[in-house]
Design a protein around this ligand. Structure first.
Ligand code: SAM
Length: 353
């Protein structure tokens, strides 16, 4: 397919021609969050038939079960919790969770995109662009598919156990391309060493260095509390295995899976599998404790998602939603749930039937 020459693609090329090649991380950050033309800045209609992709947020049953998780976690915290949703998308999930929450609480969405914050506010949600200025409070933090949107660096194995980084450059035809170069930061090599990852010649991998600062910002305001992530990803040994020798980076454009990162810059989503090993090791190094790690299907089932079905006239369609969200051959095994807690709290909700 021919690339779509977007305004953002022209701006990025101009910048590269004046400043030199940029890291893939900086390119992805611009593609998703550029102040005017970024994919998320332009408030994509996630979950609609004409939107770029669907998420769990589309299903009321999911919001029902997350509300159960929040209510259960709140029992271990004194006083009404602050519920902080990370990356609220169209606000559909936040509004749905709030509609099922019967406990006293304060609901807040942390959202980078100005366009999405506006849509979330229209749904009655209180939104913040940053956590700076927010006081620490008893909190339950929840993020569905937010870690997979954090920008990643791309590296590639060379001969003799060396590793290079892939930068975004402009080729002789004026098209964006990837070019190998020296690592932009020693943290990349450190991450590979920490995770005992060896990349053979030509093996490409995405490394997300944003996990640590993202968690650090969160931890400051969660005193005490739980942080729950639902996302696609795997242990480092699987993500960086030879099976994924071209990496896990992918793009979505109008519900289609696109393999070219430069196809429709600013109009397509870009995402990579989450390295759960890195998330756990960074979170625990920052003082959190792992409060549970399970599949979405098991988690939702343990939370009692089946109660959502009921016996009403729409119970068949409700059961279909539940089956889709929990099934081993569907979303139930596509997503994992990672839960963290501050010291002294019991394990997270939904771990046991
Ligand atoms: C894949 S969408 C998921 C949206 C929603 N949670 C859902 O399930 O439909 C990622 C969301 O995270 C937001 N986001 C990405 N990086 C973020 C960050 N560092 N802080 C807050 N929100 C972020 C995006 O703007 C977007 O709303």
């Amino acid at each position: 397919m021919n690339r779509i020459q977007t305004e953002l693609a022209s701006l990025i090329k101009k910048k590269i021609l004046s400043d030199g090649p940029m890291t893939f991380r900086d390119f992805m950050s611009a593609a998703l969050f550029h102040e005017t033309h970024g994919f998320y800045t332009q408030a994509p209609s996630i979950g609609s038939p004409t939107g770029p992709f669907d998420t769990n947020a589309k299903f009321t049953a999911f919001g029902f079960a997350v509300a159960q998780a929040i209510s259960q976690a709140a029992q271990h915290i004194s006083g009404p919790p602050r519920v902080l949703e990370l990356g609220g998308g169209t606000g559909q999930l936040g509004a749905c969770i709030m509609s099922f929450l019967t406990i006293p609480h304060e609901y807040m969405v942390l959202e980078t995109s100005q366009g999405l914050r506006k849509i979330q506010a229209e749904q009655g949600l209180l939104t913040v662009e940053t956590l700076k200025g927010l006081e620490p409070a008893a909190s339950i933090v929840f993020g569905n598919e937010v870690l997979d949107a954090l920008p990643v660096h791309r590296v590639m194995g060379l001969a003799d156990n060396e590793v290079c980084e892939l930068f975004v450059d402009v080729d002789e035809k004026g098209e964006l391309c990837e070019q190998p170069g020296d690592l932009s930061t020693p943290q990349l090599l450190q991450r590979l060493q920490d995770e005992h990852i060896h990349l053979g010649r030509g093996h490409v991998a995405e490394l997300c260095l944003e996990i640590e600062p993202f968690l650090q910002e969160l931890i400051r305001v969660v005193r005490p509390g739980y942080i729950i992530f639902v996302d696609y990803g795997d242990k480092a040994s699987n993500i960086y295995s030879y099976r994924h020798r071209n990496g896990t980076l992918r793009c979505y454009y109008q519900q289609q899976h696109i393999h070219d990162s430069f196809f429709a810059i600013g109009e397509q989503d870009m995402t990579a599998d989450v390295d759960f090993t890195a998330v756990v090791s960074k979170a625990t190094a920052l003082g959190l404790e792992l409060a549970g790690w399970t599949s979405q299907g098991t988690w939702l089932t343990n939370l009692g998602i089946q109660q959502y079905v009921g016996t009403g006239r729409d119970s068949l369609s409700r059961q279909r939603e539940v089956d889709l969200l929990t099934g081993k051959a569907s979303l139930g095994s596509t997503f994992d749930v990672l839960m963290f807690k501050t010291h002294g709290l019991p394990d997270g909700p939904g771990l046991h039937p």
